[in-house]
Design a protein around this ligand. Sequence first.
Ligand code: MN
Length: 257
Amino acid sequence: MPQRPVVGLAMQTQEAVPGQLPASWVMGQAYVRALTAAGAVPWLVPLLPDDEDTLRAAYERLDGVFLTGGVDIDPAAYGEERRPVCDRPDPARDWTELTLVRWAVADGKPVFGICRGMQVINVACGGSLYQDVAGQHPRAIKHDYFSPPATWPRDHLAHAVRVEPGSRLGRLLGAERVEVNSLHHQGVKRLAPGLVATAFAPDGLIEGIERPGSSFLVGVQWHPEELTEAHAAMRRLFAGFVEAVGVADGRRSGIPA
Ligand code: MN
């Protein structure tokens, strides 16, 4: 039986809660369960920005890199001042994820990014973000179905996206139009060189990106991990990523794919 491919996920910082919890790293369960259901072995990667050797050692054992949702990336990573609408950053996580993506891009190791993860891919490759879509993107529709009063479930289908049919994303989804959830207030402003936009919200905001070519580098702005039970197309995103991870793993091990 073939080995199940190993997919790394950088965790996120949880500040200490006095009397309850020391400073910790945490991970949303839905991401891990979606990867496990698709056949991957998820590995949670700690945030050690002062220890690149350990991150590199972990990276070299990974067959693929997965990037989850979370707080805003520090705009310094794309050369901007932080606006008041921008979250308090998680610098340890920014460093960990940007470093993992740059290594994976250089090596052709598969990468799949969700929400913040798509934004990390864009920034790591040289693009920039809207720090607040509602305030900065012309004609923006509502994308922040998480902010108070938050009465929407995480699987609430908030808007349609138009998908480029010839893209890897379009082939995986098997549809040119899908309904998606939307739990973000930032988005891609300047697309990084070498990446293409593959999905768009009705206001034109980019909701999918990828790098054309043989290696799997895909990001989506919505949260498919919340939609896998009810929507086969969303399960196919995870299945396609894990399949690509397995193929890449086999190639490195000298096993015919
Ligand atoms: Mn959206």
